[in-house]
Structures are given as C-alpha cells and as structure tokens.
Design a protein around this ligand. Structure first.
Ligand SMILES: Cc1cc2nc3c(=O)[nH]c(=O)nc-3n(C[C@H](O)[C@H](O)[C@H](O)COP(=O)(O)OP(=O)(O)OC[C@H]3O[C@@H](n4cnc5c(N)ncnc54)[C@H](O)[C@@H]3O)c2cc1C
Length: 424
C-alpha cells in the first residue's frame, strides 16, 4: 500500500524540523531546496567577518536527513503550486503531494530602491556572506594602492544599514576585525581612516528589546569604535557614497543592507492573500484557507499564528522550529482521524551579541548585558550549531580568535568575487 507523501519546500529551520518530526510517521517525506545545504543563519555574520568558514555553519541536507529512513531530498527551485492537481511546481517537473508544507523562508527587502539592489550587499545566504568577506578584504588591499587620502577613507568606510540583531552583530564584528586583526596586517595604513558606521532609521537600536538593553547595545558598539547613527534613513546608495533622506552624504564604498526583510517569492506564486512583509496569511492551524492539506510555516507564514500578546509572530528560528513540529504533529493527527489544532508559540527569549565580551539577552523576566549576556549567547549558539563536528570546530575558532586576536580565514576567494546573485 502506498503511503501518503508529504512534500516539504525548503530545508531551513522550519522545513528540516518538520521532516525530522515526521521520522516515525507512516508517510514518505520529500524535502526540496534550491541549495543543497541547511544554513545556521545566526552565525552568518561570522562568515562575513572572517571568523568562521562556510562549512562550519552549513551542512548538506542529504547528510542531515540520512537518519530519516522515510525521507528523501531533491535540489530544485520551487516555482508554484497547482492546488487543484495537488502538485508542487518546480524548475524540473511537478511533484505530486498528499500534504504540502511550504517553508521557503524570507529574503532581503530593498523596498524597490534600485540603488540598493545594485550597490548594497544583503546578508541572507552563504553566497552573500562570502561576498561581504571578499569585499571587506578587497577594500583593504585596494586602499594600500592609493595615495589619495579621501579615496582611502571612502574605501575603508564600511556602512551597515539596519539596527536589528543582524546589523548590530555585523557592525560589532566588523569593528573588531578591522581594529584588532587587520590593523596588524596593514601596518602602513592609517587606521584613523577606517570607519564602521551603523545606520538605523528609528531612534534606537534593537527595537524588539527592552529599552535598557537597546541602550546597552548602543554603548557597547560605540566602545568598540562603531559610529552609531540613529534616525538615519538611507535614500540612495552609489558606488562610493550613501545619501541619507535628510540630505547628509557619507562617503562609503561598502554598504551592507540588513534593514529590510520580506517573505520568499514562493508566497506570491500561491494566489493567496499576503500580509505584512509579503507573508502568506494562514489560518491559526498554519493551514492555507480552503486547502487543509497545505501548510505554510516559518518566515513565509503570517499573520495567522499569533503570539501570547496577540501580534504576528517574528521571523525567528524558535518560531520556525515550533511551527515545523506543530505541522508534523497535525499531519500525524489527521492521519489518525483527528482535526488540526491551533499553533501557540512559546517564546524562549531573544539575544544579540556585540563582538567579544558583550551581548544583550532578554529571556522572559531575565535581562542580561555585557559579559554575562555574552556567555549566555556563546552557550546557546554553541549547543544549537548544526552538528557535533561543527561545535568542536566553531569552539576552536572562537577560542583562537579570542586568545590571539586572529582570524585565519582572511581569504579573498575569486569565485565569490562578484556581488552574489540575489535569491529569486
Ligand atoms: C544573518 C541572519 C541572522 C539571523 N540570526 C537569527 C538569530 O540569531 N536567532 C533567530 O531566532 N533567528 C535569526 N535569524 C532569522 C532566522 O534565520 C529565520 O527566522 C529562520 O531561518 C526561518 O526559518 P525558515 O525555515 O522559515 O527559513 P530558512 O531557514 O531561511 O529556510 C528557507 C529555505 O528555503 C529555501 N528556499 C527559498 N526559496 C526557495 C525556492 N524558491 N525553492 C526552493 N527552496 C527555496 C532556502 O534555500 C532555505 O534553505 C537570522 C537570519 C539571518 C538572515
């Protein structure tokens, strides 16, 4: 007898967790992704800032699903869904499903600003992480060749746009890379010319954190040499400058964009209503209205599921993983003849690191800053990094970086020399 087939589009946190939770279910699982790897996004900024190699934060999906005897993987780009025929459309051929789980995540949002698309680097996938690393190191090499002081200043000004956790973490790591590591490599460069600027349109950093933690993060960044510009709205970016909405211009030849995110384009192929950030509106059970056999989870889903305060859920890993588990449980329940239940999110807290020795963490009523926050951040990320092997390698790299102020992965790789192609 053939078993029901569950097709899962996206092998990120939501999709992979769902596949794992279906391990012993009487179904065949087919997982699809346009990349052959699963990425541990929280440490992507460490690839971009030459702390870690890509292999330490990503694992082949085929390796990860090896213990799942009912699961298979196909590399494919999802291009749509035929709800009537119950087929997932791909760039290869349509795939029939009994249950469909859409988990294709999110992408950078440039809000239709062509200058950002052309000149700013996103930080959403491994290609972009490597492209940022290349760009930073290349700018230092180029700066060695010019005697024009202003040109040098422009080459050595790195702007990070967006004061959320990714922008805060990236700018902190970048300041430390330049001040603690590259200053020893480029002894002839005047490091007074090096600038790391963090721009945020709101009047504060880390908008989802409590006010004292936001302030602690700002002070900590400034102590590390990051220039924090609040109420700074980017209007235009060129090859060598950033123009702010108030007319102020900052010469900078590297701009890293972390200020906007929207759901993956897969959502727009469904013909379903989209909510804020182009997320697919789902029922509180995570099902698509009128198609109970189709589920949407992770960054792609919203605003149907609500958190305890009643707002839409944030784009975070715990949300994606809990939703993945919930949908797997629902599929098992439905197969046993029960109905679908509403998803309820349990918030484990949020945290962001600001380079060595400093982080902010908000875990229910517990608020941590500085060194204590950082120890908590290290612990949580180390236990969650993809595999036991990664844990060992990441720990060795962190210890090396911490003790010797050194980042051995300062390699410019030609394959990623160009700005990475943006995810479709
Ligand atoms: C730099 C960065 C740092 C972050 N740090 C944190 C953090 O510290 N803590 C936290 O909780 N959250 C963090 N997040 C957010 C977190 O990564 C997301 O909320 C989480 O990954 C969502 O899981 P998901 O499964 O929905 O999407 P993802 O994990 O992004 O997975 C989506 C998958 O779908 C695939 N895909 C996309 N489009 C297609 C297509 N058309 N066809 C086939 N496959 C496709 C992608 O390749 C990807 O593998 C961070 C995000 C970024 C970018």
């Amino acid at each position: 007898m053939t078993r029901p087939r569950v097709v899962i589009a996206g092998a990120g946190f939501a999709g992979l967790t769902c596949a794992r939770a279906l391990k012993n279910a009487p179904v065949d699982v087919l997982l699809l992704d346009r990349n052959n790897y699963h990425l541990f996004t929280p440490l992507l900024y460490q690839v971009a800032s030459a702390v870690l190699d890509p292999g330490e934060i990503a694992r082949p999906v085929r390796q990860l699903i090896r213990p799942l005897h009912n699961a298979d993987f196909l590399l494919a780009n999802v291009t749509g869904v035929d709800f009537e025929q119950r087929q997932l459309l791909t760039d290869h051929r349509p795939l029939a499903y009994d249950y469909l789980v859409l988990a294709s995540g999110s992408q950078s949002d440039y809000f239709g600003n062509a200058s950002l698309v052309q000149h700013a680097f996103g930080l959403k996938n491994l290609d972009e992480g490597l492209a940022v690393r290349n760009r930073i190191l290349m700018r230092f090499e180029e700066a060695r060749w010019t005697d024009d002081r202003e040109r040098r200043r422009t080459l050595l000004t790195f702007a990070v746009v967006g004061g959320g956790p990714t922008g805060v973490e990236m700018s902190g790591a970048l300041a430390e890379l330049t001040r603690l590591v590259l200053s020893k490599d480029y002894r002839d460069l005047d490091f007074d010319l090096v600038r790391v600027v963090l721009l945020e349109a709101a009047g504060w950093l880390l908008g989802t954190f409590a006010a004292p933690l936001r302030e602690a993060a700002r002070l900590s960044l400034e102590k590390k040499g990051v220039e924090v510009l609040l109420k700074a709205k980017v209007a235009d970016v060129t090859e060598s400058s950033i123009l702010l909405a108030d007319g102020h211009e900052i010469p900078a030849s590297t701009v890293i964009w972390t200020a906007g995110v929207r759901a993956s384009d897969v959502g727009s192929y469904l013909g379903q209503p989209l909510g804020r950030q182009a997320r697919v509106q789902v029922l509180p059970t995570l099902q698509v209205d009128g198609h109970p056999e189709v589920f949407v989870i992770g960054d792609l889903a919203g605003p149907g599921p609500i958190n305890s305060e009643g707002g839409p859920l944030p784009m975070l890993i715990p949300v994606a993983m809990q939703e993945g588990r919930h949908v797997a449980a629902t599929i098992k329940d439905v197969l046993r003849g029960y109905g679908a239940t509403n998803f309820l999110y349990k918030d484990p807290g949020i945290m962001a690191t600001i380079g060595r020795n400093s982080a902010v963490a908000q875990l229910g009523p517990v608020r941590l800053t500085g060194f204590l926050g950082w120890l908590m951040w290290l612990f949580v990320h180390l236990i969650n990094v993809i595999s036991f092997r990664s844990r060992i390698v990441v720990l060795v790299n962190w210890a090396w970086d911490y003790l010797f102020y050194d980042r051995p992965i300062r390699l410019i790789l030609r394959a990623a020399d160009e700005k990475a192609t943006r995810p479709k």
